[in-house]
Ligand binder design. Structure first.
Ligand SMILES: *[C@@H]1O[C@H](CO)[C@@H](O)[C@H](O)[C@H]1NC(C)=O
Ligand SMILES: *[C@@H]1O[C@H](CO)[C@@H](O)[C@H](O)[C@H]1NC(C)=O
Ligand SMILES: *[C@@H]1O[C@H](CO)[C@@H](O)[C@H](O)[C@H]1NC(C)=O
Ligand SMILES: *[C@@H]1O[C@H](CO)[C@@H](O)[C@H](O)[C@H]1NC(C)=O
Ligand SMILES: *[C@@H]1O[C@H](CO)[C@@H](O)[C@H](O)[C@H]1NC(C)=O
Length: 226
């Protein structure tokens, strides 16, 4: 009986050690960085080259102050300067929708997809309320990919120009995000990439709590139990 107990505790002990080793299958998510981006968003709703197109109109859209229930799909250019012919640094892809009956407030649901410099191929996910009639508004940044992995932050949007005849608007964005990035990514700004990549050293936790618990259990069983 004693030898069976002893044999089974050896197995439990081996299992715990193995589990602890497997639990350490950690991955490198890079160092924490802070990035501020400045660029211009071109909401072109008119003409043959419109990049913002209404896809849904509710029955109450024209009878509510907030034009409630209009959904606009966008593939808007993001440029370095306010002129649409300035350098293209990415596109805003997704949709916005009028989500308030009272005032003009948009639900922004889109990715900012960057094509320039170290940001090439990376995205920031935008999800938030945009009170479009205010001169300045704040929208949340809820995630990111590539250079912007695990991004969290906020975007400040300011209408630069709005053509009342065509409805076209140019909006200046200042985006502030804290994120992790590939360890190899440089924080310099080649090719006039937008904004300034400010870096802050972050903490990297390699052994997490369950692993510590398993190691402790293994230690007690294997070394103190005998
Ligand atoms: C639309 O895009 C085409 C192709 O890029 C261009 O030749 C044309 O001038 C544009 N039209 C307007 C009104 O911007
Ligand atoms: C709202 O008004 C616009 C412009 O007057 C019109 O084109 C559109 O069909 C109207 N939409 C609805 C749902 O009544
Ligand atoms: C935008 O840039 C184009 C080409 O460089 C130029 O012709 C145009 O005047 C500029 N527009 C404004 C509003 O500065
Ligand atoms: C961005 O990446 C794509 C695909 O990897 C590449 O073809 C393109 O040249 C890159 N653009 C810049 C500006 O680095
Ligand atoms: C505003 O849009 C109208 C109609 O497309 C156009 O004729 C006019 O030149 C635009 N105004 C400015 C300042 O771009």
């Amino acid at each position: 009986m004693a030898s069976i107990l002893r044999a089974s505790s050896v197995w439990v002990c081996l299992f715990l050690l193995l589990a602890a080793v497997n639990g350490q299958d950690d991955f490198d998510i890079g160092e924490e960085r802070k990035t501020h981006l400045n660029f211009f968003f071109h909401d072109i709703v008119s003409g043959p080259n419109a990049t913002a197109v209404a896809i849904v109109q509710s029955s109450v859209m024209n009878s509510t102050a907030g034009r409630f229930g209009l959904v606009v799909m966008v593939d808007n250019a993001l440029t370095e300067g306010p002129n649409i012919s300035s350098k293209l640094i990415g596109r805003a892809q997704g949709f916005y929708a009028t989500a308030s009956q009272g005032d003009l407030a948009l639900l922004m649901t889109m990715n900012f997809y960057f094509i320039d410099g170290v940001y090439n191929g990376s995205t920031l996910a935008i999800l938030g309320r945009n009170s479009a009639a205010s001169q300045t508004r704040e929208i949340s940044v809820v995630g990111g990919t590539g250079y912007f992995r695990l991004a969290q932050g906020y975007a400040i949007a300011k209408t630069g120009s709005w053509n009342a005849t065509s409805g076209d608007a140019v909006v200046e964005y200042d985006v502030y995000v804290v994120h992790k990035g590939p360890a190899s990514a440089s924080t310099s700004n080649p090719g006039g990439a937008p904004g300034s990549g400010q870096t802050s050293a972050g903490s990297r936790s390699t052994v997490y709590f369950p692993v510590l618990l398993l190691l402790q259990a293994a230690y007690f069983l294997c070394f103190l139990g005998h």
